[in-house]
Design a protein around this ligand. Structure first.
Ligand code: ATP
Length: 347
């Protein structure tokens, strides 16, 4: 099909398993685009340690400029050094572009047996403040302080995002997750903002659960939840927990959304233990790309990719090891491409 329109997308392959999963995803998205009249111009940038070697900057100015111009980025994971070193690239980009809403849908794939069938949860995580503000200092040797920043503005706008999403998509229930019995001021403010926004949405049931109890409740009965509305750190932890319901981190996509820009990236990190071994599951980044295609209004391409992913899982013959299969990253990607080709041929 002739290309009718072209989208400029900033691409950050990342490191660890990032380059492998990104290569698979770009190939699949391009073929889906070609079949639906959509072209892509990828503006590719390194970030983190790799970028520093090349440019002496962890996030090159040209990368910032590219995201500002294109307003949409697809990003692989970038390793964050533990206990020292440079600040997280992921967090820095979210803060720089004020991508305040981290949207993470957790849904089973057809044919993939798990202990928890029919999960359909959404995590809406505040993405710019909390303990991720990066405000830490040593008061005296042996005593450090990390500041937890919670604001009325940040809490109100993430609550507004969650309730708007619930209304638009017919979701029934929102649980605000907190520890306001201990952090009375910060989590107390978060809850007050959620309650205030919730008053404008009488059709959406609003509840509050304490975060530690939520972990137990999720494992006992995740079906009681619909949307989890969280601050930054609780959302990070609950995302990994919830990913296990549907088969693990290899599957869950994510979107970082702001008023001007959006960056689409998987929930998982750079998984150095399996990097470069053709073992990584590209499904999480691929489903993030599906969210991106919806965001840029390319619904036909989005559906084509999603249907192909689901067909490959339904058949269950070419799955990666993390979900019980025997195949590698490239073989899985080829199976998705084949599923797309056969759906196009059938039309
Ligand atoms: P971060 O804090 O940066 O998000 P993390 O601590 O959550 O990272 P990950 O890098 O996400 O850790 O990975 C945790 C483990 O999950 C990995 O060691 C790997 O075994 C597995 N894993 C993560 N992503 C994938 C994937 N796409 N395919 C297969 N296995 C994965």
């Amino acid at each position: 099909m002739a290309v009718e329109r072209t989208h400029k997308i900033t691409l950050i392959p990342g490191d660890g398993i990032g380059p492998e999963v990104t290569a698979a995803v770009v190939k699949i998205v391009e073929i889906a685009g070609a079949a639906t009249g959509v072209g892509f111009e990828w503006h590719r940038f390194a970030a983190g340690a790799e970028a520093f070697e090349q440019t002496r900057e962890y996030i090159p100015q040209a990368l910032y400029d590219s995201i500002e111009q294109n307003r949409v980025a697809l990003k692989g994971p970038v390793t964050t050094p533990v206990g020292g070193g440079f600040a997280s690239i992921n967090v820095t980009l979210r803060k720089k572009f004020d991508l305040y809403a981290n949207f993470r849908p957790v849904k089973n794939l057809p044919g993939l047996a798990t202990k928890y069938p029919d999960i359909d949860l959404v995590i809406v995580r505040e993405n710019t403040e909390d303990l991720y503000a990066g405000l830490e200092h040593e008061i005296v040797p042996g005593v450090v302080q990390s500041l937890k920043i919670i604001t009325d503005k940040g809490s109100t706008r993430i609550a507004q995002f969650a309730f708007d999403y619930a209304r638009k998509h017919g979701r029934k229930k929102i649980h605000a997750i907190h520890k306001a019995n201990i952090m009375k001021l910060s989590d107390g403010l978060f809850l007050r903002c959620c309650r205030r926004v919730g008053e404008g949405f009488p059709e959406v049931e609003y509840k509050e659960h304490i975060v530690d109890n939520t972990c137990m409740q999720l494992v006992l009965n995740p079906y009681q939840y619909d949307i989890l509305l969280t601050e930054n750190l609780y959302g990070d932890i609950l995302s990994d927990l919830c990913s296990a319901f549907i088969g693990g981190l290899g599957l869950v996509p994510g979107a970082n959304l702001g008023r001007e820009c959006a960056i689409f990236e998987a929930v998982h990190g750079s998984a150095p233990d399996i990097a470069g071994k053709d073992m990584a599951n590209p499904t999480a980044l691929l489903q993030s790309a599906v969210l991106m295609l919806h965001h840029i209004d390319e619904r036909a391409a989005a559906e084509m990719v999603q249907n192909a992913i689901e067909q490959v899982y339904r058949e269950g013959k070419t799955l990666t090891r993390d979900v019980g299969g025997q195949s590698g990253t490239r073989a899985f990607a080829d199976a998705v491409l084949e599923a797309m080709a056969s759906s196009t041929a059938a039309k």
